[in-house]
Structures are given as C-alpha cells and as structure tokens.
Write a protein that binds this ligand. Structure first.
Ligand SMILES: Cc1ncc(COP(=O)(O)O)c(C=O)c1O
Length: 385
C-alpha cells in the first residue's frame, strides 16, 4: 500500500492544528480566554495548568505554524520582536551572534541597545556572499542570524550554502522568513535550525494584531523556548492566536495574489521615468535574481524603489490614496512607507548609508486590491514629483 500523501500547503494551512472541536464539532478553533484551569487533585489536570505556560488556542496555532514551516514545534510570542528576543535569550553572556547587515531596524536596536548590555556580542556582515559568513564566524559564535530577502533592500542570501557552513562550524542558523512566509520559502528544508516570523505581517495578513513565532527543527530549541515562554511570559493572547489561525487559512490564496500583483507593480515601477531604481528579486537585473528563483517559489509583495530625494518621496507619499502610508507590511491592504524616517530611522544616517537606504527610498507592500487601482494610485502619486 502506498504511504498516505502529505497534504499540500493550502490544505495544511486550513486543517493542521485546526481539526473540528472534539466537544462540539465547531469547525473553527475555540478561543479559550482563561488564565487558569480547574485541577482534579494535586498533580492531576487535563494537561493545562496556567495560560502563560499553555493554552489550547495557542497550542493549535503552534501546531499549525510548525506544520507550515516543516518544523517539529513552534512557539508563539506577543510580537515578532518578542520572538527574536526569546531566541537571543537562549544564549549566555560572552556568546556572539553573527548577523546580516540589512535587517528590520528593530532587530539591531534590540541587539545593540538592549542585549549587548547583557554581555552578548553582535557583529554585522553582508551575508549575500556566504564566504563572508565562513570568515566572520568566531570561536564564541552561537547563532548566524539572517533575513532574506532583506528589509528594505531586498537582497537575497543563499540559505543552503550558509546552513552548510553553520553545520560544519556547529552554529545555529536563524532565518527571519517574514517577507516570504512559508508559502514561498522554507528555510528549515534548506538546513536552517530556527525560523522566526513577525506574524503581524503575512501570516495574520489583516493588519489587526501583533504576534511572533519561532519554528524549531530541534527538540532542545523547542524545549528551551517553551521554558522561556513560561519564565518570561511574552506569550500571544488566545484571541490574537485565533486571529492568526483565521488569517493563515487564506495564506496560500493571499500569497498568490500578493506575488502576482507584486510582479506587476515592480514591472510598472521599473519602467516609470520618475523612478530611479527598483529593488525586487523578481526583476532580471536584481543581483541575486537567479538565487531567488532557486530558493523561493515566488518573489512576493515587497518592493523598494528610489524616488531620488526626501522631497520627492514626501511629495508622492502625501498623494497616495489606495496605498496607505504607514509602517508594517503583509496586510491585505497596500502599505507604503519611508524606511529612512520610519522602520530604519534608528540606524542613523551612517548606518543607513552603509546598506544603501537613501532618503528617497520608498518601500511598498503590495496588497490584494485590484492591481489596476494600485497602479493608477502610484501613477497619480508619482505625477506629483
Ligand atoms: C522582517 C521583520 N522581522 C521582525 C519584525 C518585528 O515584528 P513585530 O513588529 O511583530 O514585533 C518586523 C516588523 O516590521 C519585520 O519587518
């Protein structure tokens, strides 16, 4: 007899961890808004003691996200930053983390302005060349931390090559997969040890709640992170777990539209005379286009483009109507932002210059509205320059 076929991604998104409720048959996972659970006697309970430690709605979401990323277990946290914080609190004073140099601005802020006071060391390199990783790993390096595509310059790192180096050097590889979602990129299958997401973005998909997840390939990491949920308590509330469970059911369908419209918008921008450069891995001139095609099954919805100056960026951003000017990404609505004054303000002018973030750079997260309406909106906004 043939072994049962593993269900496809869209099927897992809808069914993994989301089996009908055994008590009532409800097709959606119930929200358990409880802080505690009645126990039958000393040491006798139904597997739940206190909601900081475990909650049934949270367990279902963790099961679902582990299935989507191909991990053994997942742990959800109150935001993407709380998830990243949990990862580095698995380390000890004196340990070193080697990071990509083009990360979401909040990540180096946490590393440099908070965690370095606790004796952790952080250094930053260009991970688009895997040889740089090999050279920069030190004796005390415990984690290589990579975002691919990067935020906001959309550079791609070779996860299979970096994970081979990490394995050889016995260093854990952590990948922030927020931009691609597990629908387009599966870092654990390429050898990463941990995948982190801001679920606030594509996994939730509706811009209605913050959250973070770490998906683990190793039991020791999963156990340590469960301990950290209990010990430090930055867990996701049952209601917000349920919002992510609801959002994830349409992840495959949404990502298909995000990707299709992302390609259309990138093409439009790359032909526009007011746009000086477009950063999108789906464009043939992107420096890692070939790698992106190999490593990801889509190019996604995130695009950055150069308007030439702060003045030009401001003129166009004041004019957008369908595209909403604001921080964040990955929602059904098109979000447009200005990295130099928003997400990456904390890097300072020197830090931004090092990775190519200019004052004229604009980032767009293409939503799932009718793409012609997005194009018309961008056209009329760019006319203001
Ligand atoms: C790539 C990436 N990782 C992590 C985060 C942090 O997530 P959160 O805002 O949910 O804390 C963000 C936020 O924008 C992000 O873009």
């Amino acid at each position: 007899m043939k072994p049962p076929k593993t269900p496809g991604f869209a099927t897992r998104a809808i069914h993994a961890g989301q089996e009908p409720d055994p008590l009532t048959g409800a097709v959606t996972v119930p929200i358990y808004p409880t802080s505690t659970y009645v126990q039958q006697g000393i040491g006798e309970n139904k597997g739940y003691e206190y909601s900081r430690v475990t909650n049934p709605t949270r367990s279902r979401l963790e099961e679902n996200l582990a299935a989507l990323e191909g991990g053994i277990e997942a742990r959800v946290f109150s935001s993407g930053m709380a998830a990243i914080h949990a990862i580095v609190t698995m380390l000890k004073s004196g340990d070193h983390v080697l990071c990509g140099n083009d990360l979401y601005g909040g990540t180096p802020r946490l590393f440099n302005q908070v965690m370095s006071d606790f004796g952790l060391e952080f250094s930053y390199i260009d991970t688009t060349d895997a040889n740089n990783v090999e050279r920069a790993i030190r004796k005390n390096t415990r984690i290589v931390y990579v975002e691919t595509p990067t935020n906001p310059m959309m550079r791609i790192s070779d996860l299979a090559a970096i994970s081979a180096i990490c394995r050889r050097k016995k260093v854990a590889l952590v990948v922030d997969n927020t931009f691609m979602s597990p629908y387009f990129q599966q870092p654990l299958a390429l050898g990463a040890d941990l995948v982190v997401h801001s679920t606030t973005k594509f996994l939730n998909g509706h811009s209605d709640g913050l959250g973070g997840v770490v998906v683990c390939a190793r039991k020791d990491h999963a156990e340590k992170l469960a301990f950290l949920q209990k010990a430090s308590g930055a867990i996701l509330s049952p209601f917000e777990c349920w919002l992510v469970l609801r959002g994830v059911k349409t992840l495959a369908a949404r990502m298909e539209i995000h990707d299709r419209s992302g390609r259309t918008v990138a093409d439009f921008l790359s032909k526009h005379n007011k746009v000086e450069a477009v950063f999108y891995p789906g464009l043939i001139h992107h420096p890692e286009h070939a790698l992106a095609k190999r490593q990801m099954s889509g190019f996604g919805a995130m695009i950055s483009f150069e308007t030439g100056s702060l003045k030009n960026a401001n003129k166009m951003l004041k004019k957008v109507r369908i595209c909403s000017l604001g921080e964040s990404l990955g929602g059904v609505e098109t979000l447009i932002s200005h990295p130099a004054t928003m997400t990456h303000a904390g890097l300072g002018p020197k830090g931004r210059k090092e990775i190519g973030i200019t004052d004229g750079l604009v980032r767009i997260s293409v939503g799932i509205e009718d793409v012609d309406d997005i194009l018309d909106d961008l056209q009329q906004a760019l006319d203001a320059i």
